[in-house]
Write a protein of this length. Structure first.
Length: 320
């Protein structure tokens, strides 16, 4: 039985990327015959002769020592990330891994300069979301539409600015449209002028965070088109689609790859097209439903934890 150890310097409880790329894979890989564990790097007990996956660790003296010890113990060592978090200064460290796992094609192209073995392991839907969304049906309210902007980190202020003025215009012109903003985000105080149409929800831990999806009808994902955002995974598409919520997405590298415009989402190629796209989904309930159903089907076919485990297993076999 092959041993697999996931190691991270992030909190093990309710930290999004650790849950999706460490805890959940560990759980499902154990169900298909692997001996798995997840540990924090500060208290790690290394295995021997297995696979050690270092998830988004910082390269400091402690990390380098543990990686060295993992190799001495004849483990395959893998670096894992779902964001563009490394620079050329990390190249010497990244070259020492047997492989790098990334979540998108864009990241694969970026990290191939650091290591010859860069494999794509896309993010999967969280199992709790999958279970909670099983009985969800598409909801269509002819009299009211609730738009949602959800931020899981404090890095999306500039992204939200892309649609801030558009949203204010839409709320002014459409009294049957509501807006929910959730998470660590800066926004104009003008939104509070729309007392009955606007609601702000503070940042929540992951289990409570996903409850926001039960309140919205259209998911908004604006992104400034820069290198960091081009590396972003499609996780917001995956989560919202599970709840049959149609979405509108900036056409970064990843969303352009996974979304077929007007089929499983709307893609915005130019910032001045956001208002047009939002109004289209507000007024076309038939399009909303068809997008939601196609996106949900996409998630169930391509993004389940069990499907992702097969990807891990295939990539592991390429390293022996």
């Amino acid at each position: 039985m092959t041993k697999i150890l996931f190691v991270t310097n992030k909190p093990l409880n309710n930290f999004g990327t650790v849950l999706i790329r460490c805890i959940q894979p560990s759980r499902f890989l154990s169900q298909i015959g692997f001996d798995t564990d997840v540990q924090n790097i500060n208290n790690v007990k290394l295995i021997e002769g297995g696979i050690v996956i270092f998830h988004r660790v910082n390269f400091n003296p402690l990390t380098r020592l543990i990686i060295q010890k993992a190799r001495i113990k004849k483990n395959i060592v893998i670096y894992d990330t779902d964001d563009l978090v490394n620079t050329n200064s990390d190249k010497k460290d990244l070259m020492k891994f047997n492989a790098i796992f990334v979540s998108t094609k864009f990241l694969q192209q970026k990290y191939i300069g650091f290591n010859r073995n860069v494999f794509i392991v896309r993010n999967a839907i969280n199992q709790n979301i999958l279970e909670k969304s099983t009985s969800i049906e598409f909801k269509s309210n002819e009299n009211k539409t609730t738009l949602g902007f959800i931020s899981g980190s404090n890095t999306h202020d500039k992204d939200f600015e892309l649609i801030e003025s558009v949203l204010i215009e839409i709320l002014k012109e459409n009294k049957n449209v509501n807006l929910i903003i959730c998470g660590k985000i800066k926004f104009s105080s003008d939104f509070y002028l729309f007392e009955n149409q606007f609601k702000y929800e503070k940042f929540r831990d992951f289990d409570n965070f996903i409850k926001i999806y039960e309140l919205i009808d259209i998911n908004l994902v604006p992104l400034c088109l820069n290198e960091f955002n081009n590396g972003k995974s499609e996780i917001k598409y995956i989560e919202a689609s599970a709840f049959l919520i149609p979405g509108i997405y900036s056409a970064n590298n990843t969303y352009s790859e996974v979304i077929e415009d007007h089929k499983n989402g709307l893609l915005i190629n130019k910032n001045d097209k956001w208002k047009e796209g939002i109004l289209k989904l507000i007024h076309d309930k038939k399009l909303c439903k068809s997008i939601a159903l196609k996106a949900k089907d996409d998630v169930l076919k391509l993004y389940t934890p069990k499907k992702r485990c097969l990807d891990y297993e295939d990539d592991f076999s390429r390293l022996y």
